[in-house]
Design a protein around this ligand. Structure first.
Ligand code: BEZ
Length: 211
């Protein structure tokens, strides 16, 4: 079954490079990023895992745990981690799920049979502290993901979870945000003391409120 925004992220127990993980327990009320790879020892995946390993301190700073998945066994993941560090210079210090029987892959609908019936697509799930799915992304095997974009999305999700705002196209942290249309001008003046500009009655922008 496909996973939709707002659904509770399915719980599971799986072997990982850091021992068995009971997903909700492991997540422990933090944000989490769960992402899949088609297969071990593949070139694009090797670069992706190096990229995530490099960004890990940024995710950790934002109260976010990271967990990868590939359909190969744990011993294979461990050997592959050596290659990832060799090639990218970044050690993989977050857990990688081993999913040879595709239990987690099927639970999260990561196998798209018309693309490939044995390997996972490149999925990303961002899951909130309430265990609900806040974002899903699906990329084909041939296209490596941009994890700076995943970090940018996380920053938007965390900001908009705390303030009545949304973030515009191509927004980057530090730039102006959009005030929710459920907020009146009077209320906006109180909630956003740095002020706001009304570009259209339905489009009011204000400096990022938590800076
Ligand atoms: C890769 O990571 O390079 C890859 C994985 C599966 C199919 C094609 C490419």
């Amino acid at each position: 079954m496909s996973i939709r925004l707002g659904d509770v992220a399915p719980d599971f127990t799986a072997d990982t490079t850091q021992g068995p993980v009971h997903f909700h327990e492991w997540k422990a009320g933090k944000w989490a990023i769960l992402f899949s790879h088609p297969k071990d020892f593949t070139p694009v995946c090797t670069t992706e895992l190096g990229a995530v390993a490099k960004l890990l301190p940024e995710f950790t700073k934002r109260n976010t745990k990271v967990i990868g998945l590939s359909v190969d066994p744990v011993e294979s993941h461990h050997k592959w981690e050596g290659d990832i560090e060799d090639v990218t210079g970044n050690a993989v210090t977050f857990p990688m799920i081993a999913d040879p029987d595709r239990t987690v892959s099927n639970l999260y609908d990561m196998i798209h049979p018309n693309a490939n019936d044995t390997q996972t697509v490149r999925s990303v799930f961002v899951i909130g502290p309430d265990n609900k799915v806040k974002l899903t992304l699906t990329y084909p095997a041939s296209t490596g993901r941009n994890f700076d974009e995943v970090l940018r999305i996380l920053e938007s999700l965390q900001l908009t979870a705390s303030y009545a705002v949304s973030t515009p196209a191509d927004w980057k942290p530090g730039e102006d945000v959009i005030i929710a249309n459920t907020i009146s001008d009077e209320e906006a003046a109180t909630r956003f003391p740095k002020g706001f500009v009304t570009k259209k009655p339905y489009l009011r922008v204000t400096p990022q409120p938590n800076l």
